[in-house]
Design a binder for this molecule. Structure first.
Ligand SMILES: Nc1nc2c(c(=O)[nH]1)N[C@H]1C(S)=C(S)[C@@H](COP(=O)(O)O)O[C@H]1N2
Ligand SMILES: [Mo]
Length: 261
């Protein structure tokens, strides 16, 4: 049986413990809060990256993005294939997303040809007929848009790697990047060479076994399953090669340049 004095002593000890713990909790809260605020202030006042192909992010944020990119690049392998599906799974009503670089009323797919810039002064022109004569590659995969939708779609065309070999462009694949633009130059993407040469990357002229309709990029569009939709340029006009990052429409507006999946 405890007497009253003992009980009081116990209560005092408990009180002290509670006080000490509240103090520690409060101090932790204050420290975490202050460092978060200081961190935010540091980031807010950090200089912006040098203007260029990307969208003026704060330098530390861009550094983090670049780290993520090199981290993901380590896992990139031409042997690592995107999951494919049976043709019967492909959507019949294929979503149309946007049409930047596809609004020129005078554009006539009949007069179209693909321009490959072998150098600043040497342009190789290729007709759709020539591309159709090459072996056809088809793919049914889950197309993903950064805006948050995805759809299983069926595309057909020339594998980019086959296109390179056929037109003797192998030497150009020693460069780090491929650039693609619409004929009017209003939509453009930059791709790292490894992703462009990935065995599932195709220059597509068919969707669901039919020639492309204007909204999906008639006569030729890029299908690059290892990237988000933004890189899948519709209505290709020119293809170029470079060691510097080519201009990229969405990267200039702040999106991730790599946009890999
Ligand atoms: N020329 C051109 N290509 C483009 C775009 C665009 O606006 N213009 N949008 C991109 C985006 S964000 C997506 S998700 C896909 C959509 O392709 P779809 O309209 O065939 O579904 O095209 C990509 N290619
Ligand atoms: Mo998109």
């Amino acid at each position: 049986m405890k007497n009253q004095i003992d009980e009081k002593r116990d209560n005092n000890a408990v009180d002290k413990k509670i006080k000490r713990r509240s103090f520690i909790a409060y101090l932790t809260f204050l420290t975490v809060g202050l460092s978060a605020f200081e961190g935010w202030k540091w980031l807010y006042h950090a200089p912006s990256e040098t203007p260029g192909v990307t969208g003026r992010a704060r330098k530390p944020l861009r550094a983090a993005l670049n780290k993520t990119e090199s981290f993901f690049k380590q896992f990139f392998s031409p042997d690592h294939l995107v999951k494919t599906y049976p043709k019967s799974w492909a959507a019949k009503n294929v979503r149309v997303n946007s049409d930047i670089g596809m609004t020129d009323k005078n554009f006539n797919p009949e007069n179209w040809s693909l321009s490959v810039l072998r150098s600043d002064t040497d342009v190789l022109k290729i007709s759709l007929k020539e591309l159709r004569e090459l072996p056809k590659t088809e793919i049914v995969f889950d197309f993903k848009c950064v805006e948050g939708w995805d759809q299983i779609q069926h595309w057909g065309g020339v594998k980019f790697a086959d296109f390179i070999t056929h037109f003797r462009l192998e030497a150009h694949t020693g460069m780090a990047y491929v650039g693609m633009k619409t004929p009017d130059g209003k939509y453009f993407v930059g791709l790292d060479m490894e992703s462009a040469m990935h065995p599932q990357t195709i220059l597509a002229y068919e969707m669901n076994g039919q020639p492309l309709i204007p909204q999906h990029g008639e006569p030729l569009r890029l299908i690059i399953p290892v990237k988000y939709g933004i890189k899948n340029l519709k209505r290709i006009g020119t293809i170029s090669f470079s060691n510097q990052r080519p201009a990229d429409y969405w990267a200039m507006r702040g999106y991730d340049y790599y946009s890999g999946l």
